[in-house]
Design a protein around this ligand. Structure first.
Ligand code: FAD
Ligand code: MLT
Ligand code: ZN
Length: 456
């Protein structure tokens, strides 16, 4: 296999047009570093195909030249999967130009969109149809539907609607061999073989490039209430979440900011502290339905300290304390971001143990905890440590495995967690992953070094 010189890249301009093959160092730079600044690589070029056929031609060209394909959407991924590896032998394939947007199918409650459509654009286009898209997350202005499918993104409404996999009814994709698969009919019942959409969801760009998707929509209730409550401990918060889940139909979100999180956000954004004293846990709950919320919600939260908002601006104000955690932490330094799930019954014990464990292993570390408490999903973020010091990742992920949890709840494995996949997946499972990869990506071009061990 011949490795192309820069001049050979000109062949790609015939496929996508000269404006869409980017080779200048300055221009490539933004595509070569991840959102956190922890993961940096190099690529030969950034290519921006404008159609599924162009994506297929680019993938085939990379296969013929032995170059890695690194799919990239909004580059908001937090595990280094959207940026190339250090060897420079890859091409970033940016999917932004795939902006297909079919009319909302109001009868089926479905819509077909291109991979490059952002989450915010999808929410906007669906608004007013009587339906909504069931996944939401703070990176909505940049994160793309293709990237969200590739990571099986979760976000703040998993409690009610599930993660991306639950919304994806079908995909169109270019597989690693350059072939195109398309199954966008959106039939409610369709038992005709392997679930390729399910397989591509969460595959992190290692099997193929998602170019479009048929998505499920959900009802859009007219009334919403957000509550922000101070609680004395994670154990108290978990007990309260269990009571809410049992007695309050229509819960959309159960989120939390722990420890110094509120102070961090207030300092970073110049916001007023929401409570007279920052509590050990600030629990945010959102209910959605028609009319007044159930009496049980009021009864369970019945305390003077609780903040409540029913209007849009007020709800947004309360959400800010939770959603601004990511940017507030990055303002402190380049974080190690460990996104983990625990069995719900072990969350409190894990949260108490993890801070001491990290500080014992890497003494200067500061540990910030927040996340989707109702899903047992904690974000353990660590600052004050060299981005390359993997002792942090090691101690947290081993503690997670010891508690019966998962080393990735929603961000994926990416480049960040490959060495620890074996903590939660058996040798047989990893061999099955490798066999699937070899079948769909026989040239091994799709995002090598991401997700699967042994690819360097
Ligand atoms: P990218 O970052 O570009 O790529 C992510 C992965 O998908 C990479 O492996 C890439 O190769 C692959 N990929 C991208 N596009 C395609 C495609 N079309 N076909 C095949 N593979 C592709 N994540 C959550 O799950 N929940 C959250 O609550 C959440 N909140 C966030 C808040 C902030 C402020 C930020 C910065 C990030 C957050 N994230 C969250 C992480 C991130 O937004 C998600 O992982 C999102 O799904 C990434 O989408 P993207 O388009 O930016 O993908
Ligand atoms: C969140 O829940 O805010 C995101 O997953 C982002 C993060 O982990 O920083
Ligand atoms: Zn999250």
């Amino acid at each position: 296999v011949a490795s192309p010189q820069l001049a050979d890249l000109a062949a790609l301009t015939e496929v996508v047009g000269a404006d869409h093959v980017l080779v200048d160092d300055d221009v490539r730079a933004g595509y070569e570093v991840d959102w956190t600044g922890r993961f940096r690589g190099r690529c030969r070029a950034v290519v921006r195909p404008g159609s599924t056929a162009e994506v297929a031609a680019v993938v085939r060209w990379c296969g013929a030249h032995g170059l890695a394909v690194v799919p990239q959407g909004g580059n908001t991924g937090l595990v280094g999967g959207s940026v190339p590896g250090p060897d420079g032998d890859g091409v970033v394939v940016s999917l932004h130009r795939l902006q297909r947007f079919d009319p909302v199918d109001e009868v089926a409650a479905q819509v077909t969109v291109g991979a490059g459509v952002t989450l915010a654009a999808l929410h906007e286009r669906v608004r007013g149809s009587g339906w909504a898209f069931g996944v939401d997350l703070a990176a909505r202005d940049s994160a793309t539907i293709g990237g969200m499918i590739a990571t099986n993104a979760g976000g703040i409404r998993v409690l009610r609607h599930g993660a991306m996999r639950a919304q994806v009814l079908g995909v169109e994709a270019v597989l690693g061999d350059g072939s195109v698969v398309s199954h966008l009919g959106g039939l409610v019942k369709d038992n005709t073989g392997y679930d390729l959409a399910g397989l591509l969801t969460g595959s992190e760009g290692t099997l193929g490039v998602v170019t479009a998707a048929r998505l499920r929509l959900v009802p859009d209730p007219p009334d919403r209430v957000v509550v922000l409550a101070p609680l004395p401990s994670v154990a108290a918060a978990m007990a309260l979440c269990a009571r809410l889940r049992a007695r309050v139909p229509g819960l959309e979100a159960l989120e939390a900011v722990l420890g110094d999180g509120l102070a961090l956000v207030c300092d970073h954004l110049g916001l007023a502290h929401p409570f007279p004293a920052d509590p050990p846990v600030a629990l945010l709950a959102e209910w959605a339905g028609e009319g007044d919320p159930p009496d049980a919600l009021v009864e369970i939260f019945g305390s003077d300290d609780v903040l409540v908002a029913a209007d849009g601006a007020g709800r947004e104000r309360l959400w800010r304390y939770r959603e601004a955690m990511t940017e507030s932490i990055s303002a402190v330094g380049v974080p190690h971001k460990l996104d983990v799930t625990l069995p719900l019954g072990s969350v409190a014990e894990f949260a108490d143990a993890v801070v001491g464990a990290v500080q014992a292993a890497v003494p200067p570390a500061a540990v910030h905890l927040f996340g989707h408490l109702g899903d047992g999903n904690l974000h353990v973020n660590v600052t004050g440590v060299d981005p390359d010091d993997e002792r942090v990742d090691d101690v947290v992920l081993r503690l997670v495995a010891d508690h019966g949890g998962s080393i990735s709840a929603e961000h994926g494995i990416g480049r960040a967690k490959v060495p620890w996949l074996g903590l939660v997946r058996s040798d047989s499972e990893i061999a099955a992953f490798a066999a699937i990869k070899a079948a769909l990506d026989p040239n091994g071009v799709m995002n090598p070094g991401v997700l699967l061990p042994g690819e360097g």
